[in-house]
Ligand binder design. Structure first.
Ligand SMILES: N[C@@H](CCC[C@H](N)C(=O)O)C(=O)O
Length: 277
């Protein structure tokens, strides 16, 4: 199987052009290629397919083989892939995902894609649609007990489920211990991605993330968008924020009039190769 390894803020995936390659047993392949000792090493697998309703279809899998509905860092890399490999010459792209069609604009440097802006759509706050079990209309600063300790979560879907937790300091967080407990808490029937947010000032936040199906990653694009929505709902930041992640910065703008979130960030090719499956 021919592949390209790419990363956006250190959130790395193996990308395969499925307009040319056929992959069987996709969840098993995702687990195999993602292994950092016996495989290529990545947070998961992203398949680029043709689409009947958009320019391309992004099909993403976490490193445990589970399928994700949307991936913010991944979709920027898909845009770079299809442009740089000559699958399209469009600088404005429409990419279909399991959570709908996203519109993207490429930012070019020396003829290659360096940054991409994505219209990430509207945040979803209704608990049943996130999904999170609750009889409330929205979950803002909702108490939850993890390992006997009380936290407060603000729940947002960006096409995939997120719980946002505000903390004093992200660097001292026992994320390996508490991350899986949030992920598998019974109030989240489909598990959850959890963002831990430290407010630096009203236009700058620091974030660490525990992703459902992949563990701690260096960045999560949908998570950064969900976190800025949570910051605004809690009155903690302006709607335009720089999110500093372990692997770099994302610029997030929550346009409240349009009820739409725009994400701008890097997309980088690491290398390409071939693997025997
Ligand atoms: N890293 C991604 C999100 C990937 C999917 C997520 N783990 C899920 O299962 O919902 C991003 O950049 O958004």
């Amino acid at each position: 199987m021919k592949f390209t390894k790419m990363q956006g803020c250190g959130n790395d995936y193996v990308y395969v052009d499925c307009t040319k390659e056929v992959i069987e047993h996709i969840p098993e392949t995702a687990v195999k290629v993602s292994d950092r000792h016996f495989g290529i090493g990545s947070d998961g697998l992203i398949l680029i397919k043709s689409s009947e309703t958009a320019d391309f279809f992004m099909d993403m899998y976490n490193n445990d083989g589970s399928r994700g509905k949307m991936c913010g860092n991944g979709i920027r890399c898909v845009a770079k892939y299809v442009y740089d490999y000559g699958l399209t010459n469009k600088e404005h792209l429409r990419i279909e995902t399991l959570s709908g069609i996203k519109e993207l604009d490429l930012i070019l440097q020396d003829g290659k894609v360096s940054q991409v802006t994505v219209n990430m759509g509207a945040p979803i706050l209704q608990p049943s649609l996130i999904p999170v079990v609750s009889d409330k209309d929205v979950l803002i600063k909702e108490p939850i007990t993890i390992d006997g300790q009380r936290y407060e979560i603000t729940c947002v879907s960006m096409g995939n489920p997120h719980a946002v937790v505000f903390v004093e300091d992200t660097s001292s967080l026992p994320i390996e211990v508490i991350g899986p407990k949030f992920e598998n808490h019974p109030i989240f029937p489909d598990r959850v991605n959890t963002e831990f947010i430290q407010i630096i000032d009203r236009t700058h936040i620091r974030m660490r993330v525990w992703e459902r199906g992949s563990g701690e990653t260096f960045a999560c694009g949908t998570g950064a968008c969900a976190s800025v929505v949570a910051c605004v709902l809690n009155g903690l930041t302006e709607p335009e924020v720089t999110v500093t992640l372990l692997g770099g910065d994302l610029s997030i703008r929550y346009d409240q009039k349009e009820n739409t979130i725009y994400m701008t960030g890097p997309a980088v090719k690491v290398y390409e190769g071939e693997i025997e499956l």
